[in-house]
Design a protein around this ligand. Structure first.
Ligand code: AMP
Ligand code: GLY
Length: 421
């Protein structure tokens, strides 16, 4: 089969790598891909948001399955357009992807269907939001409504911080039109968990879970990023907890999305807080997480192509997902300055100097005119190891990561070490 993957991050490199292990995959295409996917697939220079360009290229390549990695093409309806043509697709419809693309929709949906979540209010007028802040107690969480690459969430400890966050979202438009509405919600404390359920809309699979480190600096301080590292499975995860999350959150969400005519084929990602009053939703994503995918897919014992075809063909219930009991740890190497501004174009060295069992997934990389790998984004690589314990996997990653370098490279030193997050 020929498979077309949309996206160019480490998540898509991981998906491409896993699919490349399938005996039934003949040609793999990734649009736009990166220097890592170029080693195992054919890159097609079309951006993930260019729906017409993607549709044209897909129709030219005799494709049997399309896998949509990032949120932008999902929110623009790529899946619907492909399904109209009868294509097999892994990814939710535009209407279902609203669960991620609009936090206001998602919050309203959860309230309507009594899905446990942080209490919140949505504001479209700056003045109303400001009044709400003036009367509130702290900490409080402010979120831009739309897509903002994981950066549109600000936890305000004081009213001054909340006011400046509100101004940056709604007045200065730090996240563009994503800030036309703002969500102000209660601060929840507890442990965070990323939970993933595969679904063909009819059947929703048991969970696979990971922990993600969103803050830029060691000790979980500094601004939020797209994610600086991850590990799976979390040691506190139990089948009973998984059962509770499936029954109170993941299964009802897919059922109600269906009832609202929002078909979902793919993976639903719940960003959860495990509070004293049970698991609550912080946000949903309509896709695999990044960097969670880099530590989840190496644990998948099924052929990923089988899983994706079962989903597109409504046969997921007949397939049992199997996850290795091994632990997997991934550490993101970023460009110095990220998540703020940073330089690109630096040569990456040492990629082939890591031990054989280390996986290096590329994100912001490309090949320059001389065929060298150079940096081209904020998050550059995820270095991943598997071990019989989290500790073993962590030690393997950190004993290898220093062999790879590029100018101003930055990574956290405490991924999977600091586990009380
Ligand atoms: P989100 O993009 O909504 O997942 O938020 C990014 C990060 O902000 C989360 O991973 C949490 O660490 C934090 N966060 C979001 N909402 C809340 C909340 N209501 N209470 C506490 N922390 C939150
Ligand atoms: N790991 C956060 C995200 O993928 O949105």
């Amino acid at each position: 089969m020929n498979v077309f993957i949309v996206g160019g991050g480490a998540r898509e490199h991981t998906i491409a790598w896993k699919l490349s292990l399938s005996a039934d995959v003949k040609n793999l295409y990734v649009a736009p891909g990166n220097a890592g996917t170029a080693r195992i697939a054919e890159n097609i220079p079309i951006e993930a948001g260019d729906i017409e360009g993607l549709l044209k290229s897909i129709s030219e390549h005799d494709i049997q399955l399309v896998v949509v990695g990032p949120e932008i093409p999902l929110s623009k309806g790529l899946v619907d357009r492909l399904q109209e043509k009868g294509m097999a697709v892994f990814g939710p419809s535009k209407a279902a992807a609203q669960i991620e693309a609009s936090k206001a929709f998602s919050k309203d949906f959860m309230a309507r269907h009594k899905i446990p979540a942080a209490k919140s209010q949505t504001f479209t007028l700056y003045e109303d939001a400001k009044k709400h802040i003036d009367a509130a107690s702290f900490p409080l969480v402010l979120k831009a409504d739309g897509l903002s690459q994981g950066k549109g969430v600000i936890i305000a400890g004081t009213s001054d911080e909340a006011e400046s966050a509100l101004e940056s979202i709604m007045v200065k438009k730090a996240f563009g039109s994503a800030g036309d509405a703002v969500i102000i919600e209660e601060f929840l404390s507890g442990r965070e968990l990323s939970a993933f359920a595969f679904t063909d809309s009819r059947f929703t699979s048991p969970l696979v879970t990971a922990c993600d480190y969103k803050r830029i600096y060691d000790g979980n301080i500094g601004p939020n990023t797209g994610g600086m590292g991850s590990y799976s499975p979390p040691e506190f995860y139990t089948p009973a907890l998984g059962g509770e999350i499936s029954a109170t959150i993941m299964q009802p969400v897919i059922k109600y999305l269906n009832e609202e005519n929002r078909p979902y084929k793919g993976v639903l990602y719940g960003g959860l807080m495990l509070t004293g009053h049970g698991p609550k939703v912080l946000e949903f994503n309509a896709r695999f997480g990044d960097p969670e995918t880099q530590v989840i897919l190496p644990r998948l014992e099924n052929d990923l192509l089988d899983v994706m075809l079962a989903i597109s063909g409504n046969r997921l219930e007949q397939l049992q997902l199997k996850w290795s009991a091994k632990s997997c740890v991934g550490v993101v190497m970023a460009s110095g300055g990220y998540p703020g501004s940073y330089q690109t174009g630096y040569t990456v060295t040492g990629l082939d100097d890591v031990d054989q069992d280390i996986l290096v997934f590329h994100a912001g990389t490309k090949l320059n005119g001389q065929g060298e790998v150079v940096t081209s984004g904020g998050r550059v690589l995820t270095v991943v190891a598997t071990g019989s314990s989290i500790e073993e996997a962590r030690m393997k990653v950190y004993s290898n990561i220093g062999r790879i370098s590029f100018k101003d490279c930055y990574y956290r030193k405490d991924i999977a070490l600091l586990r009380e997050i």
